[in-house]
Design a protein around this ligand. Structure first.
Ligand code: SF4
Length: 76
């Protein structure tokens, strides 16, 4: 029997993001910044690794414009 894992979907609101890049500094494996568009890029849209989820949640909390949207997809 496998243990169900929580997973989250990650999106960035293009109207709110200003390309400041805190998310990239906090969690570079998931977030990047398109320097021309000054817009965050989500490299991995769905994450289920618990350590990575922690970093993504920290990035969401520290985004100055609250542009990162996280949706819990539930267990399994
Ligand atoms: S920290 Fe927020 S505003 Fe800055 S690039 Fe990331 S999503 Fe955009």
């Amino acid at each position: 029997m496998t243990t169900p894992r929580k997973s989250i979907r990650i999106e960035v609101d293009e109207n709110l993001c200003q390309g400041i890049g805190y998310c990239e500094r906090t969690c570079p494996s998931v977030f990047g910044v398109n320097k021309e568009k000054l817009m965050a890029v989500v490299k991995i849209p769905v994450v289920d690794d618990p350590a990575l989820i922690e970093h993504v949640e920290l990035a969401e909390q520290t985004c100055p414009t609250r542009a990162i949207l996280l949706t819990k997809l539930g267990d399994g």
